[in-house]
Design a protein around this ligand. Sequence first.
Ligand SMILES: Nc1ncnc2c1ncn2[C@@H]1O[C@H](COP(=O)(O)OP(=O)(O)OP(=O)(O)O)[C@@H](O)[C@H]1O
Ligand SMILES: [Mg+2]
Length: 604
Amino acid sequence: MAAPRRGSARLLSLLHPYKLLFAGTIAATVVSSVLDGFTFVLLIPFLRTLFGDSALPSQGGSQVEAVLDKIAGPFLRAGTPEIALRNVVIVLLVALFLKNITQYLSALGQVSIQEGIVRDLRVRLFDHLQRLPLGYFQRTRAGQTIARVISDTDQVKTAVSAALASLLQNVVVIIVYVVILFGLSVKLTMLSLLLAPVLLLIIRPMINRLRRRSRELAAERGEVTSHVGEMIASAKLVRAYVAEAFELDRFRVLAERYLKRVLRAQRYSSLTSPVSEVFGGVMIVLILVVGTRLALGTGATLEPAVLITFLAVSLRLMSPIKSVSNYPTVMASATASAERVFEVLDLPPAEGDRPGETTAEFSDRIEFRGVSFEYEASEPVLRDVDLEVKRGQIVAIVGPSGAGKTTLVDLLPRFYEPTRGAILMDSVPLTNYTRTSVRKLMGIVSQETVLLNDTVLANVAYGLKDVPLEQVRAAARAANADEFIMRLPEGYATVLGERGTRLSGGQRQRIAIARALLRDPPILILDEATSALDTESERLVQEAIERLMAHRTVFVIAHRLATVQHADFIVVLAEGRIVEHGSHTNLLAGDGLYRRLYNLQFRS
Ligand SMILES: Nc1ncnc2c1ncn2[C@@H]1O[C@H](COP(=O)(O)OP(=O)(O)OP(=O)(O)O)[C@@H](O)[C@H]1O
Ligand SMILES: [Mg+2]
């Protein structure tokens, strides 16, 4: 991985794909700023005509006038004052028109770049999230991650757009205007420029504080997002326990804290604007005082028309200068967000194939050899598990809740890697194979069926492309699901999930079974749901499971009596260890945990 670069350098690297567009935008900005300055310079001939002079002096005018003379001299000097004035207006209108076209183009360019950067970042984050270890999602609140993908990327855009708009555009404008000011009066311009560094010294310390506050604020935004998400997910629980008031109080506290954070950050970010404005005001007053002294009296070196233009241009300079002095403020909060985005991007991905990994093949057996596993350091969940399953066998895993059954089967698709020992497929460690190829060999029906916000068809054919409806229906039929699916309002086109039709527990399970059947994997991992089903759906689900298990190598976490009896052998897991091992009859004949569990569950 590349060494972490400084935030701002990294932000600039986001611009890379937009080099050309960026150059075009800058060009448009420069042209529009020059034209903007030009419209102001046209004030001079206008004022001169108004004061009864000729629109342009024949000699001895300011530098700016000399340039203006070169560009539009004959046109502005022509004929009577009325004609000259009319001509000034025409030139003004043309310049104004061109200026706005280029300004429009530059605005469009800026937005395309900004939004392009946001999209790039979001896609990169999404892609990266999909490759992070599963542990990340258990450690991190969902809302924090969502906030990073949605609002923090948006803030990053502000940073880049601030770099684009606020800085580049305004710097160009300022340079153009300062050049014009120099052309009008060197003395007055020097005077104003000498004061500029003072402003910098005043603003600097405020920015450092703001950066820290912004970081806190972004984290708090993630907390608020998390809380809302969790309330939505647990809406039923909240109602069931009449906990609305409790939840509201918790949210109020959070919202209040967010408000405080916003205000604390705002204290600094709102300060730069008035500070720079007061500063600008002082500058204008100074120009007025010194300017009038230069323009009045007998030894006057400045013409009134030039002084007025100088003032107008200086006033026009206020707004870009204000924006530029605001730039560090905007950057402070944006870099805080950018750091949060880059933090996620810098997490080492767990997935992704390592060199030397090959495509998995399965023909003979799967073995666990001395496998231990822990989620947290020194809290073993699996201890020294040895297990051998031959192709075509069904192994049932039973044991008390929390024994590590789900964890054991989660190691097969390489969701996690064993902390010690190895899992071998045909005597080759699973780690020699790519994760994707290992997973393609396995069908997984987990304890909780996850349905996507999509049609039944897409839910059954999840992850597969262009599967014919007939094939999906065949899988659903084998899973005893076709019948109820056909009774849904739009059959296989019915949308399921959050915003669609809700299914019962047994129906969801059968969708999951159809999903696994359609993929037709040689290895099957079945984490039987413990949810009680009525006898009718129990029978339908059981039938579906039996069809699914046929001719496959099956790891089944078994709760159902029927499943246990179908198994070739059973392992009993307790506190992460295999404590018993054997056939149903043998284990029942013994006097171990299996018999106790069996008696508890299936006494009837
Ligand atoms: N992501 C995780 N991070 C930390 N600990 C975990 C994680 N998942 C499970 N555990 C812990 O590991 C142990 C085994 O959990 P596991 O889910 O494998 O149990 P189980 O046998 O499947 O239980 P059940 O029958 O209730 O489904 C438990 O003590 C659990 O608290
Ligand atoms: Mg489990």
